[in-house]
Each structure stands twice: as structure tokens, then as C-alpha cells.
Design a binder for this molecule. Structure first.
Ligand SMILES: Nc1nc2c(ncn2[C@@H]2O[C@H](COP(=O)(O)OP(=O)(O)OP(=O)(O)O)[C@@H](O)[C@H]2O)c(=O)[nH]1
Length: 715
């Protein structure tokens, strides 16, 4: 066995040094000595040349790790063992360049015929210092450059194989010359089926809106040499006929002279994301249970038809409809039957009207009908008769006949009001009069019905006095982590105990405070109280999470709101993270750009922001992406009975939770009343809940006793 390992090493120095690993397949000791001598002479101070000898296949295997920069084949090897070595070399040294040495010209020619893949054939006798000095470095440097490029390519291939985006590239004629695994999966074809296929046959594209065929972006790039992007309306028809929505970016591959020699296209499937977005957009303007337009769609439509009615000087009618004793249906037949009844009523209402009339579900068992311009009082009366008869006919629910009546209030434009808000309010007033009059009938609005205006004024005066007389109190309702029932925050809710009237219904007095503008001083009082209380609990290390307060649209629009908030936090010495502001969607939607700037400012102060009552308003997640929102509070009407609601409603809830999650917005379900609802919400991925199932809002002391003393004891 003859194996030798020789290394010339001199201190390393920066500069153009040689650092070469050579393998010499040489058996003859004199030839080895000659080579060592030549290399020794060739070596300069800064060079590091490693020389290994091998003459058996086993030695070859060991010497080839790492692959040598250069292989020298001995002149004295016999032709047949040279052949054997040639093959072994190819196997173990891969792409290492080979220089074949020969004793003379004749041997050289014979060896050339062996086609060993050598890069040079040298006659041994001429092998001298100068020749090696010229040949070796240039061969080695070419080899290294080649390896680096192959390394880059290998790295690129690993990346392209791993990424989720589909990538294809084509040559300058638009035929596919590369396709990564994601593209093969997306196109549902094998590599062999894809390669060489003209790209416009492989991927037939059309526009989803116009249905017209799209010129393939690869062909556009080949024609223009510019990057082309296809937006979200591009539909790809795969060779198997399946249609997918894709988004893509396509770019030219240019050679160093700038000539386009191919195109690379990166694309991905957005079908599911589009479907989810469409569902959520639909939710923005439609009621999730009946599929009817929701109250925001009704408001928008009313404003539009009022403009038209004004322009044409035509009357129109607004109807408010509420089912009579609907609660009884829920209580006796169950919530699912109640849902089915609402769907049945909705379809009958739709059948009663023309397409120009809009029927919306306002929430609960309330519906609104907006009869198009040109509707007279008589037309409205006939419509009310039609509706009453249609709703009163028995409904088949779960094999049972269910009877229900309805009450209707109507207001006419221009006689009963000339703005949408006033008309809706007056139709509602008429509805209450119809209910008070014994139900199952209809009433038109009359100014006398406004006699309760006096009651409203009393309420307003009472509010004014209450502010100075400390009649308000903050109650706290816990927010619970659904996975383990632990307390994770609370909402502060305003309560008013009047010395003579007792506890006043919060919806009544808050509406009155908003109408009279008293909500501004009231909101400031809430902010002061809540920050002080939160500081006490935070200081005692008792409260996990934040104390949330409600901020009305009017407060939010006050210019000094953010300053006042900072001031309260500073005076109370409260960490802003312990305070959360709950804002309604409608407050934000009124002035989107203004709201965005304000919310950024509030976030800058350090408080967290929640959207209240989500699911009843615009419910458009698209604005959530633009606003710095931390929490989404899903409205109780969405949550109520969700465990046995129709699957469409459940799917929508899951879609909302999924999209909120993808925007990193936490969700809190409001109005959780039963263990089944809590379990369903937890399974659906909703992190937090709030509602009577856990606790009503209670005063601060009771809250401390129930939750803060033993936070883990939540039900
Ligand atoms: N099944 C079902 N019930 C709902 C839904 N939304 C609200 N409700 C219930 O509908 C009922 C509405 O009751 P109200 O209109 O206040 O009272 P009512 O029993 O109809 O009585 P009157 O209106 O006074 O005739 C409440 O019990 C709500 O809980 C829903 O989406 N599905």
C-alpha cells in the first residue's frame, strides 16, 4: 500500500495566493518524488498546497473527501488500470478536473482516446514549474467558480422547492423550462407534463368580472420586457377544467446584454381567501340569519331613495315591523325554531314587495320596509294589510304549525319627516303605538305620538342633576378566558340610581345623554373613575388584563379627548396598558381618515382599543386591517344561541374569528348566557367571553369579592 500525504504550508498572507488540494494517482515512487519536487519549487511563501497520493480504489475513496481541486493521473499507469481509475474517479471525485500525464506524445494520444473527461493532457517530461504554475491555478480557479455557481443554483433550487408560492419559468418562446413543486401541485400536473408546454396552453386565464380572456402575463413580459402584475380578479382554468383565482407577479429574465431570454412567473391561489372575504363583505351589509340587508344597508338605501324622492317630488313610505310575542316562540319551541320562524317571515315579506322596495332585518324580530319613491299612504296601507295576512298564515317549523302576528308602524316622506333618521324614528314611534294599541295591527305616525317628548325632557334634567349629585356608579362585568375560565379583564358599565325613580334603564339614559350632549361630561366622569379604580386594582396586583370603558362617537369627535385621556392616566398614575377603550363601529365609520389618525394617537398613548358590538353594524373586517384595533367584541345577537343556530351562522362566526385571528386581533364574545354557548365559542377558537353565564355587571366591592379575591374561582 502506498499512500502519502504531503503538505507545503507557509504562513498565510492576504493576496493572490494558491490554496490548492491536489490528488495525484501515481504509483511510481520516482514519479511521486519528481512531482513533489516540482510542486515544492512552484510553491511561494504564501501558498498552501496539499498533495495526496493514491493508487488503489480504497485510497482514492479516502483522498476524495473533500473533493480535490485537481487530479493528476500518473504517466506510468497501464492503459487498463487507467481506465478503471478513470471510472472510479468520476464516481468519487465527481466534477474535479483531471490532468492526464503521459511519458511521450504517443502515450498522450492513446490516453486522449480514453476520453477520461480530462481538462488537459501533459507530457510528463515537459512538466515543469512554469507549466504547472500556469495550468494549475487557472484550472483550479475555473473549477471553483463553477462550483460556486452550482452551489448558488443548488441553494436556489432548495428555496424554490420549499416555498409555498408556485414558480414557473419559460424560455424566450414562452415554453416552460422550470416548474417548482408548488406549481405542480397547483396545476395538478407532473413535471414531465408541464415542461416544454407553451405557457398560454398550460395556464388559460380570464378576468372574473368581465369574463374576457386575459393575455398571459408571460407573453406580455416577453413583448414588453417589463414586470407585469395580475390583480385579484384573474381566474386560472387548469388543464383539468378546475378554476382557481390567482395573484401573480411576472418578470423578465435578461442576459447581461439586457436581452430577455426567458420569464419567471410567481403565483398563488387566492380562491379561499377571496371566498372568505366575500362572505365577510356580505356580512357587512346583510343579516347573517335571513340573508336580508341589515340596518346599515337600510340606512344607506333610505338616504339614496330620499334624494331621488326629493328630486322627483315623490312620496315614499318607511315601515317598521315587529313580531308579536316572539319571545314566546323561543321560550316554548326553542331558539332554533325561533330562527327558522324569522327566516320564514323574511321570505314572506320579500314575496309581498316589488324588487324596488327594500326589506331589511334591523335585529331581533324587527324588520324595516322601505317602499320606493312614488308610494302613497294608500299604497302603504295596502302593503301593511298584505304583510299582516302573509305573516299571520301558519308557518311550518320542524313539522309543526306555528302562528305569529306582527305590529307595523309607518311614516311617510315628506309628511312625517324629511331625513332618514327622523322617518325611521317616527315609524318606530308609530310601531310602539301599534303595540300599545293591542298588537297585530298597523299605525301611521302622528305628531301626538310624540307626547313622550315631555318624559324625555324630564330624563335630561334628571341627568344634569345627577352629575352634580353623585348618583352615578361604575359597575364591572368580568371578561373570562374561555379555555380555562380565568379572569382576563373587565368592562366598566355606567349605572344611575335616581333618588325617586330608582335604577334607571341604562339604554334609556345613555340615549338621552347622547341626544342632549351630556354624554361628554358623563364620559369624562367615567374615565376619571375607571382610571382610579383600575390603578387601585393594578397597584394591589389583583387585576389581570385591562379595565374597559365605552367611548361614544360624540366623545371621540371631541378635539380634546386624547389630551384628557392622557391627563387622567397621569393623575391616576395608571399604566395605560391597564385601560381599554371600547368604540363602536359606527363611531369609526363616520369619518374613516379622522378616526384612523385619532386611533393612532390613542394607541400612541398606550391604551388598547376594542371594537364593540361587532356583527351588528358594518362588520367589515377590511377596516379592521386599517385601524390599530386589538380586540373585537362580537355582539350578543351573534352569540345568542350560536350552539344550536343554523350552520350558516356558525360558519360566519368561524369566518369572523378566523379573519380576526389572521389580523392578530383577539375576540371577545359578548352576551354568553349558557355553558353550551361558552363551549361552542371555545371550540370555535374564540379566546374570551363575557355575559350572564359568568356574571352580570356588579359594583366594585362585589367584583373584588367575587373575582379579585379568588380569580381562579370563575365558573
Ligand atoms: N331565535 C332568535 N331569537 C332572537 C334573535 N334575536 C333576538 N331574539 C329574541 O327575540 C325576542 C324579541 O323579543 P321582543 O320583541 O322584545 O318581545 P316579543 O316577545 O316579541 O314581544 P312584543 O314585541 O312586545 O310583542 C327576544 O327574546 C330576543 O332574545 C335571533 O336571532 N334568533
Amino acid at each position: 500500500m502506498c499512500y502519502c500525504h504531503r503538505r507545503w504550508r507557509t504562513p498565510a498572507r492576504e493576496g493572490n495566493k494558491m490554496d490548492i488540494h491536489m490528488l495525484a494517482v501515481i504509483r511510481d515512487p520516482s514519479e511521486r518524488a519528481y512531482l513533489e519536487q516540482t510542486l515544492g519549487a512552484l510553491c511561494r511563501a504564501e501558498d498552501v498546497i496539499t498533495l495526496q497520493f493514491a493508487c488503489t480504489l480504497a485510497e482514492l475513496g479516502r483522498a476524495a473527501i473533500p473533493p480535490p481541486d485537481l487530479v493528476l493521473l500518473s504517466p506510468s499507469l497501464q492503459q487498463d488500470s487507467l481506465l478503471e481509475f478513470g471510472e472510479a474517479l468520476r464516481a468519487v471525485c465527481g466534477g474535479s478536473p483531471v490532468i492526464v500525464l503521459a511519458h511521450d506524445i504517443a502515450q498522450l494520444q492513446a490516453r486522449q482516446e480514453l476520453k477520461l473527461g480530462a481538462v488537459a493532457y501533459l507530457v510528463n517530461s515537459t512538466l515543469g514549474r512554469e507549466q504547472l504554475r500556469q495550468v494549475v491555478p487557472s484550472v483550479v480557479s475555473a473549477m471553483r467558480q463553477c462550483r460556486r455557481q452550482m452551489g448558488d443554483q443548488a441553494h436556489g433550487k432548495v428555496v424554490l422547492d420549499a416555498i409555498a408560492d408556485a414558480v414557473i419559468s419559460t424560455n424566450a418562446r414562452g415554453s416552460v423550462d422550470y416548474c417548482n413543486p408548488a406549481a405542480r401541485r397547483l396545476l395538478n400536473l407532473s413535471l414531465a407534463q408541464i415542461l416544454d408546454m407553451p405557457v398560454n396552453e398550460l395556464m388559460v386565464l380570464h378576468d372574473a368580472k368581465s369574463q374576457s380572456k386575459l393575455e398571459h402575463p408571460v407573453l406580455q413580459v416577453l413583448a414588453s420586457g417589463e414586470v407585469v402584475r395580475v390583480g385579484g380578479d384573474c381566474v386560472l382554468t387548469r388543464p383539468d377544467g378546475i378554476e382557481l383565482m390567482i395573484e401573480d407577479a411576472t418578470a423578465p429574465i435578461a442576459d447581461p446584454d439586457g436581452r430577455v431570454r426567458g420569464v419567471v412567473m410567481v403565483f398563488h391561489d387566492i380562491t379561499t381567501a377571496r371566498e372568505l372575504q366575500a362572505q365577510v363583505d356580505h356580512l357587512a351589509w346583510h343579516d347573517f340569519l335571513t340573508g336580508l340587508p341589515n340596518r346599515f344597508a337600510a340606512q344607506r338605501h333610505l338616504n339614496q331613495i330620499l334624494e331621488q324622492a326629493r328630486a322627483d317630488d315623490a312620496p315614499l313610505a318607511v315601515m317598521y315591523l315587529d313580531l308579536d310575542k316572539f319571545k314566546l316562540v323561543n321560550d316554548t319551541l326553542g331558539h332554533a325554531a325561533g330562527d327558522a320562524l324569522l327566516v320564514s317571515v323574511a321570505s314572506r315579506l320579500r314575496a309581498c314587495f316589488r324588487v324596488v322596495d327594500l326589506i331589511s332585518r334591523q335585529g331581533g324580530d324587527e324588520f324595516v320596509v322601505l317602499m320606493a319613491p312614488g308610494t302613497s299612504r294608500l299604497d302603504a296601507t295596502h302593503a301593511a294589510q298584505r304583510i299582516s295576512a302573509a305573516v299571520a298564515a301558519p308557518h311550518e317549523i320542524d313539522g309543526e304549525q306555528v302562528h305569529i302576528g306582527c305590529s307595523i308602524g309607518m311614516a311617510l316622506f315628506p309628511a312625517d319627516g324629511d331625513s332618514g333618521d327622523v322617518l325611521l324614528r317616527h315609524a318606530d314611534t308609530a310601531l310602539h303605538a301599534a303595540k300599545a294599541g293591542g298588537r297585530n295591527g298597523w299605525r301611521f305616525f302622528q305628531p301626538e305620538l310624540l307626547s313622550n317628548a315631555i318624559e324625555r325632557r324630564q330624563l335630561e334634567n334628571g341627568l344634569r342633576q345627577a352629575l352634580g349629585a353623585s348618583e352615578f356608579e361604575l359597575f364591572y362585568q368580568p371578561k373570562i378566558r374561555l379555555s380555562d375560565g380565568a379572569l382576563c379583564g373587565c368592562e366598566a358599565l355606567l349605572r344611575w340610581q335616581h333618588p325617586a325613580w330608582g335604577w334607571v334603564d341604562p339604554t334609556r339614559f345613555i340615549r338621552s345623554a347622547e341626544e342632549s350632549g351630556l354624554i361628554i361630561p358623563l364620559g369624562r366622569w367615567v374615565l376619571r373613575q375607571a382610571t382610579r379604580q383600575a390603578q387601585r386594582w393594578q397597584h394591589a396586583g389583583q387585576l389581570p388584563g385591562a379595565v374597559a370603558i365605552n367611548v361614544s362617537a360624540l366623545e371621540l369627535r371631541q378635539t380634546g379627548f386624547a389630551d384628557y385621556l392622557s391627563d387622567c392616566l397621569r393623575r391616576a398614575a395608571l399604566d395605560p396598558a391597564a385601560l381599554q377603550l371600547e368604540l363602536t363601529e359606527s363611531a369609526l365609520m363616520r369619518d374613516m381618515p379622522g378616526a384612523q389618525a385619532l386611533l393612532q394617537r390613542l394607541k400612541g398613548i398606550g391604551v388598547s382599543l376594542a371594537i364593540d358590538d361587532f356583527g351588528t353594524g358594518y362588520s367589515s373586517l377590511s377596516y379592521l386591517a386599517d385601524f390599530p384595533i386589538d380586540i373585537l367584541k362580537i355582539d350578543r345577537s351573534f352569540v345568542h344561541g350560536i350552539d344550536h343556530a343554523v350552520s350558516r351562522r356558525q360558519t360566519l362566526l368561524r369566518a369572523v374569528l378566523g379573519l380576526a385571528g389572521s389580523l392578530s386581533i383577539a375576540a371577545v364574545a359578548e352576551g354568553v348566557e349558557t355553558v353550551q354557548e361558552a363551549d361552542f365559542l371555545n371550540d370555535a377558537g374564540c379566546p374570551q367571553g363575557q355575559g350572564y353565564f359568568y356574571s352580570r355587571a356588579v359594583d366594585a366591592l362585589t367584583f373584588e369579592r367575587m373575582f379579585l379575591a379568588a380569580p381562579a374561582a370563575a365558573p
